[in-house]
Design a protein around this ligand. Structure first.
Ligand code: DGL
Length: 267
């Protein structure tokens, strides 16, 4: 039994979609969530810069004595997973491998699409992860930066959003994909809108459920699960000043976020 917290981070609110699944899968765990809202968005930045930010946050969370780190951001996973694993002596879980695995298990035609940030698409992290699982699967990628902006600004419905979704997906439809990976942790917040545009022929998957299963298995493997005698604690940090944590958090987590602590991280 280990009652230390799980540390989880994203550039902003998107990581809450992963947190939601973690809470469902392992409700007894204490959580420290970190949103780097001051340096959001990560997607258009150079991967080296994102890596620096991600290492910086991982170091902060490590110093809060977390027992496991979750990189709840595809762009940060693409740029920093290997380095974070190399620098810290606790288990580190990213979101790309679990999403690629689900896609590979789901596709029938072997033609998979992914929408993600520019950084994730350019890193080719999904191509590499999919090829490792099954060399025959073809991956088609599309960067969808506007969707990240909509979600982070709390715009989760409306015709402008739907139009943007469909125009990003059009080139992927032309490739006859039968599975679409939501390769950005912001996108499950608009999953229904994306599903509406995809229709019934395309299965839409996000990595959050698989990621939370990986986390549970890792806690069991290292014998570091919490026993759940006390109500679990959830602590929220952010670097910016985004009151959206409260509204989106309540809507999405189904529980009230009472406090978000603002913190400055110096690099
Ligand atoms: N949520 C992030 C991801 O999964 C990125 C959003 C951003 O900062 O651009 O890639």
């Amino acid at each position: 039994m280990d009652n230390r917290s799980i540390g989880i981070f994203d550039s902003g609110l998107g990581g809450l979609t992963v947190l939601r699944e973690i809470i469902k899968e392992i409700p007894d765990e204490n959580i420290i969530f970190f949103g780097d809202t001051a340096r959001f968005p990560y997607g258009p930045r150079k991967l080296d810069e994102v890596k620096k930010f991600a290492l910086n946050i991982a170091d902060f969370l490590y110093r809060q004595d977390v027992k496991l780190l979750v990189i709840a951001c595809n762009t940060a996973t693409a740029s920093a997973l290997t380095d974070i694993r190399g620098n810290f002596d606790i288990p580190v879980i990213g979101v790309i491998e679990p999403g690629a695995r689900t896609a590979a298990e789901t596709t029938v035609s072997g033609r998979v699409g992914v929408i993600a940030t520019k950084g994730t698409v350019e890193s080719k992290a999904y191509d590499i992860a999919i090829k490792k699982i099954d060399g025959k699967i073809q991956l088609f990628s599309k960067a969808a930066p506007l969707l990240v902006e909509y979600v982070e600004n709390g715009i989760l419905e409306g015709s402008l959003l739907d139009k943007a979704i469909c125009s990003y997906l059009k080139p992927l439809f032309k490739e006859n994909i039968d599975v679409l990976i939501l390769g950005c942790t912001h996108f499950p917040l608009i999953e229904n809108n994306i599903k509406d545009c995809c229709g019934k022929q395309i299965r839409v998957i996000s990595s959050a459920i698989e990621t939370s299963k990986d986390i549970k298995n890792t806690l069991v493997k290292f014998d570091i699960k919490n026993e759940g005698k006390f109500k679990p604690q959830r602590i929220f940090y952010e670097t910016g000043n985004s009151s959206k944590f409260f509204s989106v958090g309540r809507m999405f987590l189904g529980e009230k976020i009472k406090e978000v602590v603002r913190i400055d991280l110096k690099i």
